[in-house]
Design a protein. Structure first.
Length: 334
């Protein structure tokens, strides 16, 4: 199921919740959540889609020369050692730096074994060593390597074999993101997967929080660039705008502030944690305020934006009680 179809189903469910009276869209909080992918990570940071088809020209001649060298070597023990065929990493994303050499990628691993008349190896003929190995009573075996395409030309020196890089992840859209360990907040952990940026409608009167928009990006993507896209989702599917936008420091961008004010909302950035080295200590009562079973932050970052310094209920212009009102706004707002 693609992302577009998922979003359509998701917003139908949001509309049902709105018709039941569970959503008011007064306060929208935006935050990202990392979740791992089911695919295995191979360890390459600079992979791209072309790594799925790495070309090696003249590999037949290369393997043939390696096999003949082993057959002519009097050392019988080295005869059965692995033969590794490597090629320079072709990724265009790899940094061009003198101190960071471009690595060699192992695309094919072969070895010689005792010939089995019942299970002859087809690679003896493919790499042009059938007669030589038949005399020696050996077979050529491929231990590792994924062929994606083969182009046979007039000469063995110009034949092209295409391989899949062994260090390429099976999910090319996933990336490594970093988050704090839920069991130990002092430590950080790496997650190979995606980042779900979710907009949540905070309903203080009902004591619930419901998601109303979602965008999925790579694990290392910049969350701040998708603040506006989530709000546009809400406008396009439900035609609603909120009074207050809550987000953390990852969304502190001028474009996000300007968009919120154009929509008639007040942007705010919350402080979710207090550093141990901070000279200023905040009591637990002053850090959080409890309202209808929800813990709300009462401290906000000193960025050029509005700040919440009190949590109370005041009548809105439409006669509906507003759960949170901004009563102090900094004078140096851009």
């Amino acid at each position: 199921m693609g992302e577009e179809l998922y979003n359509r189903i998701f917003h139908v469910l949001v509309e049902i919740a709105e018709l039941l009276g569970f959503l008011s869209y007064k306060i929208i909080a935006t935050d990202g959540t990392l979740f791992p992918t089911n695919a295995r990570y191979k360890g390459c940071t600079w992979f791209e889609r072309d790594c799925n088809c790495v070309e090696f020209i003249g590999i037949i001649d290369n393997v043939r020369r390696r096999v003949l060298y082993r057959l002519n070597d009097p050392d019988r023990k080295s005869l059965f050692k692995d033969m590794r065929v490597k090629v320079e990493c072709p990724s265009q994303r790899f940094p061009d730096h003198a101190k960071i050499p471009r690595p060699k990628v192992e695309i094919l691993t072969l070895c010689l074994r005792e010939a089995d008349p019942e299970k002859p190896s087809i690679f003896n003929q493919i790499f042009g060593v059938k007669e030589e190995l038949q005399i020696a009573g050996l077979d050529l075996e491929v231990k590792r390597g994924i062929f994606t395409e083969i182009i046979m030309r007039d000469s063995a020196k110009t034949d092209s074999f295409f391989f899949r890089c062994p260090k390429m992840p099976y999910d090319p859209d996933a990336r490594i993101g970093v988050r704090r360990n839920p069991q130990n907040p002092d430590r950080k952990e790496k997650i190979f997967g995606f980042n779900a940026i979710i907009d949540t409608s905070i309903e203080l009167d009902l004591g619930i929080e419901l998601p109303v928009a979602c965008t999925t990006i790579a694990g290392n993507g910049e969350e701040g660039r998708h603040f506006i896209s989530n709000k546009i989702q809400i406008l396009n599917h439900h035609g609603k705008s909120s009074n207050i936008h809550l987000a953390d420091a990852k969304y502190d961008e001028i474009n996000n502030f300007m968009f919120s004010r154009d929509q008639g909302a007040i942007p705010s950035s919350t402080i979710m944690s207090v550093q141990k080295t901070s000279p200023r200590k905040t009591s637990k009562k002053g850090a959080m305020t409890k309202k209808d079973g929800l813990m709300l932050p009462a401290a906000f970052s000193p960025i050029p934006t509005a700040s919440i310094i009190n949590v109370k209920e005041l009548p809105s212009p439409a006669g509906v009680s507003a759960s949170i009102q901004m009563i102090r706004i900094s004078s140096n707002i851009p």
